[in-house]
Design a protein around this ligand. Structure first.
Ligand code: FAD
Length: 454
């Protein structure tokens, strides 16, 4: 057995002891036939997270023979335990003007008191932070926000076209609530709503009384709230399951617990073989949608992208009473609270680390403490399910979607940071169009070669 395969088997066995599940495991998988192992796939998609699945769906609809490979379990997949907000109104890059004043280290903090960055002597991390700081300027922020907003709105339309207005996976149109507790932040939010109504994304300002009527569990200190009616929410696990169903119908093959550890270059520069822990496969094109794992796969080709993992957590209480009436983002506390499985889910944390496997108690406790103090009307006494996810982050706050320079048939769709669920359908449809050669390149500003240009 290949050493990588043996290592993966050990990890899977360890994980098998917990209630963790393979990502592509919610639908029966048939083993590949010998002909499929030996044949040429039109596209191999590496990564069965939300970006990989949407991309595979549109690729299959354009007529391609598609195989999705995923190496992990739900603990490795950022798309599984997150807040599930589909929020075009919050589509903006992470590097914002003012972030430097606020302290970039403080931003990547889950505990709310200490930096969530292990600074150490990691030159790559320092280089990444420097690039991030250089993007905390008005002009790249405004340009990035326009691109992300357009993608967010397109994504919602695509999702609604795919799943209709069904309750599943999207609950009724209830909007998302953004409550505020600090005067400066509330004044800024009011100013933004009054001065910058975006067509199709009109927001309503709620007084403290109206905010608590909309969400009775909020602390009495709430100063007001913004209700974004167009933003929606889903339970991420249900959305992923619906996507897998759609892929099955399109004849897409999916293999879980199959990790890609190397890409072999062919004579003409592109990738010829995809090496996995279960065997090697041939593909005409390869799409790397492996979230924060994308960078390691590129290494095997001697290629690089400035992707880092930003770790966050969710703490899910099933079957609780009362439950929140709608999805909520407490922006000052950087905490999300959403209805989930008859209970609710608290999410938060953004630590620039991602390498260590343990769950940092300090960060988790910080997220929960802030949720309790701002939303005391919920019952936090049950035994929660704890999850950790690694967001794929780029230093300019925009996803990387496009062809990888220096490797003709390798494409990338990653770096969706806080917005993977919100942007997934648009990213998937754009990369599929470009890979299918239908003339449209994904947006120039998202192309991987932008990092080689600056
Ligand atoms: C706490 C938290 C809350 C969030 N809330 C929201 C939200 O409300 N709304 C929103 O839009 N976004 C949210 N996000 C962000 C969102 O979860 C991510 O942007 C999104 O899931 C990224 O999707 P992805 O497909 O790129 O990566 P992933 O979901 O991580 O999928 C990548 C997949 O690739 C696989 N993989 C990795 N390496 C390999 C390899 N070598 N071989 C084979 N497979 C491999 C992994 O197993 C994984 O399944 C949140 C994130 C966190 C952490």
């Amino acid at each position: 057995m290949h050493p990588e395969a043996a290592k993966d088997k050990r990890v899977m066995e360890e994980k098998g002891r917990s209630e963790d599940k393979a990502i592509l495991g919610s639908h029966p998988q048939e083993a590949l036939t010998e002909a499929e192992w030996n044949g040429d796939w039109d596209v191999i998609v590496v990564g069965g997270g939300v970006i990989g699945l949407w991309s595979a769906l549109y690729l299959a609809r354009s007529g391609a023979k598609v195989l999705v490979l995923d190496g992990g379990t739900s603990q490795d997949c950022c798309s599984m335990g997150n807040a599930g907000l589909l929020a075009p109104s919050r589509c903006k890059p992470l590097p914002e003007p003012g972030r430097i004043r606020e302290g970039i280290a403080g931003m990547f903090s889950s505990s709310g008191c200490s930096p969530g960055v292990s600074f150490g002597l990691d030159p790559d991390l320092w280089g990444w932070l420097l690039r991030f700081a250089l993007h905390c300027r008005r002009s790249p922020f405004q340009k990035g926000s326009r691109i992300l907003l357009e993608m967010g709105l397109q994504s919602l339309e695509l999702m609604e076209a795919e799943f209709g207005q069904e309750e599943e996976p999207f609950p009724a149109r209830e909007g998302v609530l953004y409550p505020y507790f600090q005067r400066m932040a509330w004044v800024r939010a009011v100013h933004q709503v009054r001065s910058r109504q975006i067509p199709g994304l009109e927001a309503e300002l709620l007084s403290p009384g109206e905010a608590r009527e909309a969400e009775p569990g909020l602390a009495p200190s709430v100063l007001g709230a913004v209700l974004q009616e167009r933003d929606r929410r889903t339970e991420p696990e249900r959305l992923m399951s619906r996507l897998q169903e759609a892929l099955h119908k399109e004849g897409v093959r999916m293999l879980s617990l199959t990790r890609v550890y190397a890409l072999d270059a062919g004579l003409r520069g592109g990738v010829q073989r995809v090496r996995t822990t279960c065997g090697s496969l041939r593909a005409k094109q390869v799409l790397l949608a492996a979230g924060s794992g994308t960078r390691d796969i590129l290494h095997s080709l001697g290629l690089w992208l400035p992707l880092r993992a930003g770790t966050g957590w969710s703490i899910s209480f099933s079957a609780a009473d009362p439950v929140p009436k709608r999805g909520m983002l407490l922006e000052e506390a950087r905490v999300g609270i959403t209805p989930w499985a008859g209970g609710f889910r608290v999410t938060g944390g953004l630590e620039l680390s991602g390498r260590e496997k343990g769950i940092r108690r300090l960060g988790l406790q910080g997220v929960l403490r802030r949720a309790r103090s701002l939303m005391p009307g919920l019952d936090y006494s049950g035994r929660p399910r704890i999850w950790r996810g690694n967001r794929p982050l780029t230093p300019d706050g925009l996803p990387v979607v496009g062809r990888m320079p220096g490797a003709g048939n390798v494409w990338v769709a990653s770096g969706h940071a806080n917005l993977g669920l919100t942007l997934g359908a648009a990213s998937g449809s754009r990369v599929a169009e470009a890979m299918g050669g239908f003339g449209k390149e994904p947006i120039h500003a998202l192309a991987p070669d932008r990092f080689l240009r600056d």
